[in-house]
Ligand binder design. Structure first.
Ligand code: SAH
Ligand code: SF4
Length: 364
């Protein structure tokens, strides 16, 4: 375990009610009889400086700051727990409160590597897809997030790390393509001049295989966000078990949507493949996988499984992992064997939340 900073407030508490599209902030300003210029100032504070609390927006008149504070504090992102791994990875358990929706806990992970700082963010609290090896999948879907709640994780990252993340991956809790319109709006808040300024090519959506969502990305080739597809199995029978969504969109439908995406965007796709001992890591499975994705503009990320307490899956041993990778490589498939980051702090999907709940139960 890394450094555990305990329960209660363990880090930044951010008002996030102003993490919303510029047009909405303008509409508020106009409704209050303010000029558009004031809206520009607010947008600059939130998206350029990462300041979401109007009380710190020093160039605004005091009265306006108070009015804005009421809006901003209607929604709050509170750091409930913070863990630091010796490798530099930081993981936050964040509670979202306010708005009309019930409070929800999500996770965000910050992974530094040289000049890069990657933020792994959540798009939902929990997940409905129910992959049996995944801690988030086992908790089910607790609540959907709004676009602002998704994007505000960037402001959280900035306040924890003291710098902006350079890359954003949708690999925390939730299935981003389950709600394409919401994630599309979140992307607008993340990127470009109207958002936090993350380069679109540095944003990656990870999906368990929601075919209509992949097709929607393909239909908008100018968007240029990256796509990672969680494959985890080379045949439908096994994938039906590991990624239950496969029963709805089986492998051939998924791979043909991915081909459509690479053709339209000319961007290479990553296939994520979590290596599970004795389940999906045999040489025969590697050969079948190679056959299925041969010739695609793609590479395979082999991921070391992070064990989840009470779950009957184990990581493959090093030899099996190396052999699996070598088999793919020998067939011309680009492959990376991803070194686990933040392992000491359970930095995989859903795990801090699961541990936190367990801790509360055992204490109570
Ligand atoms: N729902 C999306 C994005 C979030 S999960 C998806 O499934 O792609 C991000 C990645 O983490 C997925 O590839 C998922 O299979 C993987 N993952 C989930 N639990 C894991 C664990 N315990 N160890 C390693 N990877 C895990
Ligand atoms: Fe959901 Fe992704 Fe976890 Fe599957 S791996 S349950 S799709 S978060």
């Amino acid at each position: 375990m890394g450094v555990w900073q305990g329960d209660g407030t363990a880090g930044p508490v951010l008002p996030i009610g102003l993490v919303r599209p510029k047009a909405e902030i303008e509409a508020l300003a106009v409704a209050w009889g303010q000029s558009r210029y004031r809206a520009d100032q607010v947008v600059r504070w939130v998206f350029r400086h990462g300041v979401t609390d109007p009380r710190a927006m020093t160039d605004l008149p005091a009265g306006l700051r108070d009015t804005l504070a009421e809006v901003a504090w209607q929604q709050v992102m509170e750091t409930r727990a913070l863990q630091h791994d010796p490798d530099g990875t930081v993981k936050g358990l964040l509670e979202l409160r306010g708005s009309a929706a019930a409070p929800a806990q999500i996770e965000a992970v910050l992974i530094p590597a040289g000049n890069r700082l990657t933020l792994c963010l959540s798009s939902q609290a929990g997940c409905a897809i129910g992959c049996p090896f995944c801690a988030t999948g086992r908790m089910g879907l607790r609540r959907n997030l709004q676009p602002g709640e998704i994007a505000a994780q960037v402001a959280w990252a900035r306040s924890v790390a003291g710098r902006w993340p350079s890359h954003v991956v949708f690999m925390g809790m939730g299935e981003p393509l389950a709600r394409y319109a919401v994630v599309r709006q979140a992307i607008e808040l993340l990127r470009g001049p109207g958002g936090f300024g993350i380069g679109t090519r540095r944003i990656t959506i990870s999906t368990a295989g929601v075919v209509p969502g992949i097709q929607a990305l393909a239909a908008e080739p100018a968007l240029q966000v990256g796509l990672a597809v969680s494959l985890h199995a080379p045949d439908d029978a096994l994938r039906d078990r590991l990624v239950p969504l496969n029963r709805r969109w089986p492998l051939e439908a998924l791979l043909s949507a991915v081909r459509e995406y690479t053709r339209a965007t000319r961007r290479r796709v990553s296939f994520e493949y979590v290596l599970l001992a004795g389940i999906n890591d045999s040489p025969a499975q590697a050969r079948l996988l190679a056959r299925r994705i041969e010739g695609m503009l793609a590479h395979v990320n082999l991921i070391a499984y992070n064990p989840v307490p009470g779950v009957p899956f184990e990581p493959s041993d090093e030899r099996a992992a190396q052999a699996f990778g070598a088999t793919l490589k020998a067939r011309g498939i680009a492959v990376t064997l991803r070194r686990p980051r933040g392992r000491r702090i359970d930095a995989a999907c859903g795990q801090l939340g699961a541990r936190h709940v367990t801790a509360n139960v055992s204490r109570g």
